[in-house]
Write a protein that binds this ligand. Sequence first.
Ligand code: 6GU
Length: 255
Amino acid sequence: MNFHVMTLFPGLIDNAMGESITGRAIKAGYISVNAVNIRDFAGNRSGSVDDYPYGGGAGMVMKAEPVYMCYKYICGQIQERNQGTAENRKPPVRVVYLTPQGRTFSQKLAAEYADEEDIIFLCGHYEGIDERVIEEIVTDYVSIGDYVLTGGELPALVMMDAISRLVPGVLNNCISAQTESFSGSLLEYPQYTRPEHWRDRSVPPVLLSGNHKKLAEWYREQSVIRTALMRPDLLENAELTQEERELADSIINNL
Ligand code: 6GU
């Protein structure tokens, strides 16, 4: 997976992605991060990338041409890399514009993006970007939730994090990406580590039993209970047995 990010703050992207699991995945070659500074394509000595909005109003708008030149530069990099390979015959790379006006990001969309070879993110700042370059290059409009941030960098980082952990090899235990929260529409069961007794709380005895069948049943039951308590809305799309459905309903009806 090759992430490309058009941004005015490439340091924010590189520094965040360089840490923890994504940092390790970059070093190991499972993912790459190419943060490109839109300011490098300002095409004037002052390096200005924004201007006053036509029609007036508060704030500044990012100019079309620097964004377009930045996009063309990244397309050139991708094309050069794919020269003479089968990748060269693939459909055009998706360009994701981070905007609170977009569709809400989800685990399903993360899984869809994880299948792509390249993704280009466009991070806006100021009051927005000249609509014409958005119309020209953007394929996907994505938001990370119903609140307004100062720019698209944090949303791009959120998305890259969620996508990265679905790329084969990034997590050392390949089943953990699947079994965790949201895959299968159930939340994750609670986890415990040593000591067995902490203050006046003990680890559930079943976890010490070593009985794998009992353990699997307990994990599953805890996931159902937890989802019913914390996110009953998720149960609509969950695949539950008759027994599990009754357990969930009894929890919801007793709230
Ligand atoms: Cl993608 N961008 C901005 N600026 N604010 C947001 C967002 C994106 N998603 C939620 N809030």
